[in-house]
Design a protein around this ligand. Sequence first.
Ligand SMILES: *Cc1c(COP(=O)(O)O)cnc(C)c1O
Length: 418
Amino acid sequence: MSEKKFPISPERLEEIIKKHPTPFHIYDEKMIRANIRRLFKAFSWAPSFREHYAVKAAPNPRLLQILREEGAGADCSSLPELLLADAAGMQGEKIMLTSNDTPADEFQKAIELGAVINLDDISHIDYLEKNAGFPSCLSFRYNPGSLIEGNDIIGKPEEAKYGLTREQLFEAYRIALSRGVKRFGLHTMVISNELHADSFINTARLMFNLAVELKNKLGIQLEFVNLGGGIGIPYRPEENEVNIEYVGQGIRQAYEAIIQPAGLDGMAIAMELGRAITGPYGYLVATVLHEKKTFKDYIGLDACMADLMRPAIYGAYHHISIMGKEAAPCDQTYDITGSLCENNDKFAIDRQLPKIDIGDRVILYDTGAHGHAMGFNYNGKLRSAELLLHEDGSIELIRRAETIDDYFATLRYEGSVL
Ligand SMILES: *Cc1c(COP(=O)(O)O)cnc(C)c1O
């Protein structure tokens, strides 16, 4: 079971809304810090543990700054993400570029920042060398194909566009060695939103064995193995969180059994968790605008799928509560909708909730990763603000809401009607 509890009282929320109108996402700084500390502690046995927070999960430099203060680096997959990590004070090899179908300017920026570059394909070796040159530390993304099952969100590895096959991987390191690269890492990311702790341990074992093979066949002493992101969170109250201490201990056993006897001790373990770090500590706050009763009972919010897309695109569950009605019986059945002209703009379908009134404040849980980040402007919808809840209860605006001017900005060219 996972407890769903909004960290702000109804009275305090009303004060906040007076200054910052709904909808907005709000992030709980204290809990994010506590959570990443717990991750570092679970891997404190490792000679060196690196968390490169997946910037795409919550691309806000203020959040990145908090994570940097806690020791995290960044995993970037675009030029703007590299710039955000840099702006948040992340430096050098704290930044890792894991992109695919990568354009030259992204590689060039990564080189300029001194980042680790993680190549998605064997053909990118030539492209990188020609367009940007090699970084001090180069990594390759491994796609284990049918050796690993994958899951619903990311699909089967052999259907995934990412990474190199096993044969290509050995060839790629061989080529990079021959071109003078001296420092190497190895990466994979095969699961997404996975709640089974053992799948991470199994992935680690597979990667550790590969690290040993690379040493035996090519003489490469890997500096790190990066196990990617993908640890899930309990979106549903009846689900359980992944026990990170258990994962840490399981990976430790694999490390001691495989890495140490092979003489690779000192090799770092890296991860690129996004969702598991900030996901549970973000909330989308919205207000009920309308109730409509036709074939079903619809509650219309001032938020829409531009603010949170996961229910619409994955059919994902996000827990919902009505402010001040936490103890009321859930004896009504509603579809909770946004205003987009798309019938899948529904945050919940046939959800059992307490009786809802116009003006009620609605809390959508677990929006701290892949929430605001996935927003878009279809239908002229503007994206919401982001707020940070500090430990002392004060609020910081860390992204203002989009304005119509923002939306029109790209339409203002010479001779434009706007
Ligand atoms: C999306 C992504 C992540 C983060 O995934 P989470 O599910 O948020 O942990 C990490 N690495 C890569 C390469 C990704 O594409």
